[in-house]
Write a protein that binds this ligand. Structure first.
Ligand code: SF4
Ligand code: SF4
Length: 155
C-alpha cells in the first residue's frame, strides 16, 4: 500500500501524520520525506551514525588581473549576478544560478568556478528500537548543538 500525505500549506501536520502512520505500520515500511525545502521527518525518529555530506554549487570567481572589462559575462547573465560598470566588474554569488555561462563567454578565461556550500545532506541509520504499532512520537529534546541552519524545531 502507498499513502501520500500532501498539503499546500505549511504547519498543517503533514510530518506528524506521516511519521505516525509509518510508526503504526506493521512490517517493513519506507517513509519518504519529499519536502524540497525542509525535509525534517528524521527529526522525529531516533537515529544513530549521523553523518553529513556538504551540498555545493559552482559559482564564478573573477580573476581581476586577467579580466579586460569587456562586459560579456554581465551581458550574458540572465540573473543580474554580474555587474559591469566601466572599469568595474562585480560578481554577486547570491544571485548566481550556477549555469556556467559567464565562464564560457569570457574571451580571456578570467572566470573560474569554485564550490559554494548551500546546505548539507544528513545521513543516518534509524534505531531498531523505535516503538511500533502505537503511533507514539519519541520526540528528542534539544541537545544545544547549535548546528541547525533554521530555527530548531525541538523543544
Ligand atoms: S554562472 Fe550563470 S547565473 Fe551564475 S553568474 Fe555566471 S552567467 Fe550568471
Ligand atoms: S567576460 Fe571576462 S574579460 Fe569580459 S568582463 Fe567578464 S570576466 Fe572580464
Amino acid at each position: 500500500m502507498k499513502i501520500a500525505v500532501a498539503s499546500g500549506k505549511g504547519g498543517t501536520g503533514k510530518t506528524t501524520i506521516s511519521v505516525s502512520l509509518a510508526l503504526s505500520a506493521s512490517g517493513p515500511t519506507l517513509l519518504l520525506d519529499c519536502d524540497v525545502e525542509e525535509p525534517n521527518a528524521g527529526l522525529f525518529l531516533a537515529q544513530e551514525n549521523i553523518r553529513e555530506i556538504p551540498v555545493t554549487v559552482p559559482v564564478p570567481v573573477l580573476d581581476e588581473g586577467t579580466c579586460v572589462k569587456c562586459g560579456a559575462c554581465a551581458q550574458f547573465c540572465e540573473f543580474n549576478a554580474i555587474v559591469h560598470m566601466g572599469p568595474i566588474v562585480m560578481i554577486f554569488p547570491e544571485l548566481c544560478h550556477s549555469c556556467g555561462g559567464c565562464a564560457l563567454v569570457c574571451p580571456v578565461n578570467a572566470i573560474h568556478e569554485e564550490a559554494s556550500r548551500v546546505g548539507r545532506l544528513p545521513k543516518a541509520r534509524f534505531l531498531e528500537s523505535m516503538p511500533r504499532g502505537r503511533g507514539l512520537l519519541p520526540l528528542p529534546s534539544c541537545k544545544g548543538c547549535l548546528q541547525s541552519e533554521t530555527p530548531c524545531p525541538l523543544p
